[in-house]
Design a binder for this molecule. Structure first.
Ligand SMILES: NC(=O)c1ccc[n+]([C@@H]2O[C@H](COP(=O)([O-])OP(=O)(O)OC[C@H]3O[C@@H](n4cnc5c(N)ncnc54)[C@H](O)[C@@H]3O)[C@@H](O)[C@H]2O)c1
Ligand SMILES: O=C(O)C(=O)C[C@]1(C(=O)O)C=C[C@@H](O)C=C1
Length: 305
């Protein structure tokens, strides 16, 4: 599909893309950029790339597809570095967890003859770095593309086809809508996990390690999410501020309602909510996880809501 693919950033997502593209034979040559010599060596040892460069511009030179796969806070500076060396007709895409900011930070640095097709594979783990990747990561998972209004259809189709051949299902939507949906399905859940693990660790001084000792159930699941990369998630919250604050506001209101229900012994309120949420989980599992994003927001309002 592409003669030379440049992966800027060779962490979990970059390395998984390299492996998935190699497996499906989608790139003549894969090159990568990583700032640290250790990452460049690891990428070469694992045969993720045919060549690794310290500078993003060196990797992007001559590439017909450039993928930004670093934390999103670095996108603007990288786009400024590669803007001048990009070939006419090249496609630039990204895998960032927030999409509105790509149009803001990346688009202004690209020449008019280069196609920008932002993307977000909704698949990941709490692990980071070039050794964390695996070729199956995107299988049967959504990849959301958020092309700008004036994007060339052929470039969008090509990026969509790339993701399909890596095993993903593709959906296209406006960047702003993506950021609102992902705020509630991914960003706020991560904030809740970071917060509850932080609160528990504050209590730990009081309970003397009981938090760790008894963390076999629900809390343990939160600690997996709270182990996610700090740089990546700092950048997500700084760059999806409005949508996260909007969803967090609703979350706090609903939490307050639950607090009241507990205080006043309103068992029916609790039971009804827990029954509803159990049904959501079951429908996600039955659909193989993929309805989580697509069906967001379609809940029927409860009586009096
Ligand atoms: N981890 C996930 O679950 C997940 C899922 C979907 C999308 N994403 C998005 O994918 C992107 C990469 O995430 P990841 O999980 O692969 O992170 P990661 O930490 O595993 O890898 C990021 C890599 O980028 C490198 N890097 C950082 N700044 C750089 C710079 N200025 N120039 C060159 N390299 C730089 C880091 O050294 C690291 O190797 C992020 O934008 C994230 O929002 C992550
Ligand atoms: O499964 C996990 O570890 C994830 O957090 C993956 C997850 C998510 O929230 O679903 C995290 C961030 C991404 O942008 C996409 C996927």
């Amino acid at each position: 599909m592409f003669a030379r693919v440049a992966l800027i950033g060779m962490g979990l997502i970059g390395s998984s893309m390299a492996l998935a593209m190699r497996r499906a034979g989608l790139a003549g040559e894969i090159v990568g950029a990583a700032r640290s010599a250790a990452t460049r060596d690891t990428a070469l040892r694992l045969r993720l790339a045919d060549a690794m460069f310290a500078e993003a511009a060196e990797a992007a030179r001559g590439a017909d597809l450039v993928v930004l796969a670093t934390p999103i806070g670095a996108f603007g500076a990288i786009a400024a570095e590669i803007g001048e060396v990009l070939e006419a007709g090249a496609i630039v895409t990204d895998v960032g967890s927030v999409k509105g900011m790509v149009l803001r930070d990346v688009a202004p640095h690209l020449p008019l003859n280069v196609h920008l097709v932002p993307g977000h594979p909704v698949a990941g783990t709490e692990h980071s770095g070039p050794e964390a990747g695996f070729a199956e990561l995107f299988e049967n998972r959504w990849c959301i593309l958020t092309p700008p209004d004036d994007a060339e259809a052929a470039a969008v189709d090509k990026v969509a086809e790339l993701w399909r051949r890596m095993g993903a299902k593709v959906e296209i939507m406006p960047a702003q809508h993506h950021d609102l949906v992902l705020a509630i399905t991914s960003h706020v859940p991560h904030l809740i996990a970071y917060n509850i693990v932080g609160t528990a660790s504050d209590l730990e001084t009081v309970t003397q390690s009981e938090v760790i000792k008894f963390s076999a159930g629900g809390f343990r699941d939160f600690t997996r999410i709270a182990a996610s990369d700090p740089t990546m998630w700092r950048d997500v919250f700084l760059n999806n501020k409005e949508a996260v604050l909007e969803m967090l506001g609703r979350f706090v209101e609903d939490l307050t309602a639950l607090q009241r229900a507990i205080r006043w012994g309103e068992g029916e309120t609790l039971f009804d909510l827990f029954t509803h949420t159990r049904a959501i989980r079951r429908s996600i599992v039955e659909a193989g996880q993929e309805t989580a994003v697509a069906d967001f927001g379609r809940r029927q309002p409860a009586q009096g809501e």
